[in-house]
Structure formats: structure tokens, C-alpha cells
Design a protein around this ligand. Structure first.
Ligand code: NDP
Length: 284
């Protein structure tokens, strides 16, 4: 891997992951920087699994101004930081590292906030008072639970193929003002929801979690964290059940990037044109 050369050039940012080849983050951050006429470089860097901590330290030693972290390094990014936001600590994972003035690194997790902003601001969905169902109990779901709870849903249920992982998550959030119900997919048979969020990676293989029928209320909104050029299996499932609104996670991707950009530069980019630009590029 070539380490970004960052000593006296533009402010240097990067995303570290493995694999990273198809990352849209350089294009997104390039578009944000252009909005402010900022001299910024942003690279996607494939980091060997065994070398993550060493590469992060080297990046900041060489003057890096901020780092995004993606699969499979988010937990390790949080673990190696000197301080962390509440939402990153609750998720035990970070997608954003910020250099501290006196040295050291601060960890944050902007994924959940990005999702909530996409739902509330871009889609115009109301989250307060909604009976909310989350599918999946992996890293992404861990990251969205606290920002979701902050929106005060009427109830929050997490179901997963491996029921124990959902139950474990509910236990970890036991101190939240709202207690999370958890179980396997069939545990929600006979229940109705106003918001269903797919946080499984099933869609990457074109699959749909094996859910009972009758889950969607009359005005149910359905959100897939996965984004693809075509509607995902979950989006097709929701549309076939007359969901009131259905969307994918492209807006979340751009919003989490915008929050990172803000944390690093205290400048809030305009996200709508960037989402539209990416959508056009992805449309077959
Ligand atoms: P993990 O590998 O940590 O978790 C995967 C989850 O999907 C687990 O709950 C797993 O269940 C479940 N799962 C996998 N395959 C199936 C299947 N065939 N049927 C039912 N459940 C299945 O992944 P992440 O949590 O990190 O990511 C989840 C998705 O969210 C990814 O597709 C990722 O691309 C997307 N994402 C999108 C973001 C965005 O900005 N839009 C940001 C972050 C993530 P089990 O526990 O039983 O194995």
C-alpha cells in the first residue's frame, strides 16, 4: 500500500477498509470540497488486515487531517482511539477518526446520524411515535440504535437470523429510556410496524430475510441500508406489500460522509446535489 503523502499539500483525508475498491467516498468528499473551493485530497486505501493500527498511526504522523474507516476495521478504530463520542462508544465502533489538538485520536460514529438525517430531512419521514422494526444485529445495526432511540420511536424491535445476537444487542442497550424487544424473524409474527429498517447484508447476495407476512402498517416506511443500482430485494419485498414509502441507503452514505466532513472542517456541505449526482451515476 502507498501511504498518502500529506506533509505540505492539500488537507489530506482518506478512508481505510478492506476491500475498498468500489468506495464512493472519494467522489463524495471531492464534491463536498468543491462546494467550498477547499484544497483537499481524499483517498480510498486498502489496508492489510494485520496492519490497520500501524497504518492509521502513520497516516496521522504524516499530517493526515481526518480518516474514515469502513469494514472490517470500525471496531478496531474505536478501540485504538484516545477518546470517543457517546454514539461511538455505544456502538463500540467508529467510522470517523479526528486528530486531537494535543495529540491522540478522537473516534466518532456518524452512520446512525446519517441514516436518521436521510430519513427525516431528505425523505420527510417522521420517526417519533413510530413502531420501529430493525432487521439484523451486525455492526451497522449496532451503529444506528442510539441515534434511532434519540428520535423517540413508540417501540423498537430488533430481529435477526441468529436471535441471540439481537438479544445480546438489546441487553447492551438496557439502560436506554425505551427497552428494545429482540428475537428471531418469526418472533414478530402478528405484529405491525410503521417503520422497517433492513440492516442485514442479505441484499448484497440478492436475498431477503425470511419474514412473516402482515408486518406493514397502512403508512409503513421501509428503509434498506444497502444501496444498489437496482431496487434491492428488501425494497421489492416492501413495494410488493404496498409500503407507503421505500428507499435505499445511498442518502445515508452521503449524510454520514457530510457529518464526517463537518467534524473535520466545521463546514456543513449540501448533500442533496451529491445524492442526486451519485444516483444518476448508478442508474443503469
Ligand atoms: P455484518 O456482517 O456485521 O452483519 C450482517 C447482518 O446481516 C447480520 O445480522 C446477519 O445475520 C445478517 N444476514 C446476513 N445474511 C443474511 C441472510 N441471508 N438472511 C438474513 N440475515 C442475513 O454487516 P454490517 O452490519 O456491517 O452491514 C450490514 C449492511 O449494512 C451491509 O450490507 C452494508 O453494506 C450496509 N451498510 C450501509 C451503510 C450506508 O451508509 N448505507 C453503512 C453501514 C452498513 P447473522 O447474525 O445471523 O449472521
Amino acid at each position: 500500500m502507498n501511504e498518502p503523502a500529506v506533509s505540505h499539500g492539500p488537507a489530506a483525508y482518506a478512508v481505510f477498509g478492506n476491500p475498498i475498491k468500489h468506495s464512493k467516498s472519494p467522489a463524495i468528499h471531492g464534491a463536498f470540497a468543491a462546494q467550498f473551493g477547499a484544497d483537499v485530497s481524499y483517498r480510498a486505501v486498502a489496508v492489510p488486515l494485520e496492519a490497520f493500527e500501524e497504518k492509521v498511526a502513520a497516516f496521522f504522523r504524516r499530517g493526515g487531517s481526518g480518516l474514515n474507516v469502513t469494514v472490517p476495521f470500525k471496531e478496531r478504530a474505536w478501540a485504538m482511539a484516545d477518546s470517543a463520542s457517546d454514539r461511538a462508544s455505544k456502538a463500540r465502533a467508529a467510522n470517523c477518526l479526528i486528530p486531537l489538538e494535543g495529540g491522540g485520536l478522537h473516534a466518532d460514529n456518524t452512520d446512525g446520524l446519517g441514516m436518521v438525517r436521510d430519513m427525516v430531512i431528505n425523505q420527510g419521514w417522521q420517526l417519533a411515535g413510530r413502531r420501529t422494526l430493525v432487521l439484523g444485529a451486525g455492526g451497522a445495526v449496532r451503529g444506528i440504535l442510539q441515534p434511532l432511540l434519540a428520535e423517540r420511536p413508540a417501540s423498537l424491535t430488533v430481529v435477526n437470523r441468529t436471535a441471540e445476537r439481537a438479544q445480546q444487542l438489546a441487553t447492551e442497550f438496557a439502560d436506554a429510556p425505551l427497552s428494545i424487544s429482540a428475537g428471531g424473524f418469526d418472533s414478530v409474527a402478528g405484529c405491525e410496524f410503521d417503520l422497517i429498517i433492513n440492516g442485514t447484508s442479505a441484499g448484497l447476495a440478492g436475498e431477503m430475510p425470511d419474514l412473516p407476512e402482515g408486518l406493514l402498517s397502512e403508512r409503513c416506511c421501509c428503509y434498506d441500508l444497502v444501496y444498489q443500482s437496482e431496487p434491492t430485494a428488501f425494497m421489492r419485498w416492501a413495494a410488493a406489500r404496498a409500503a407507503w414509502a421505500v428507499t435505499d441507503g445511498l442518502g445515508m452514505l452521503v449524510e454520514q460522509a457530510a457529518e464526517s466532513f463537518y467534524l473535520w472542517r466545521q463546514q456543513r456541505p449540501s448533500t442533496a446535489p451529491v445524492i442526486q449526482q451519485l444516483r444518476e451515476l448508478m442508474t443503469p
